[in-house]
Design a protein. Sequence first.
Length: 84
Amino acid sequence: MYLISLGAGILAGLLYGLIDVRSPAPPAIALVGLLGMLVGEQIVPVARRLIDGEPITRAWFAGECQPKITGVQAKEVNLEARKG
C-alpha cells in the first residue's frame, strides 16, 4: 500500500513537472513533523495503560496504536488456530 501511495505521488509530481507548476504538497520537513505528531499522539494511551498498571503488549500496541500511526488496521490473529 505504501509503494502504491509513493508511486501515485511520483506520478502526480511528474504531471506537475510536465505542466510546469509547483506542487501544493508540503516540504519533506513538514511531513516528518506530521509523522512526529502521529507518534506523539500515541504516548497518551501508552501512559494511561502504564498508570493503570496494565501491560503494554505487542498485540495491544498493534491493535490500538499502530493503525492510528500507519492508517492500516492490524490483522486479527486467531489464537485457537495457533494452538492446534
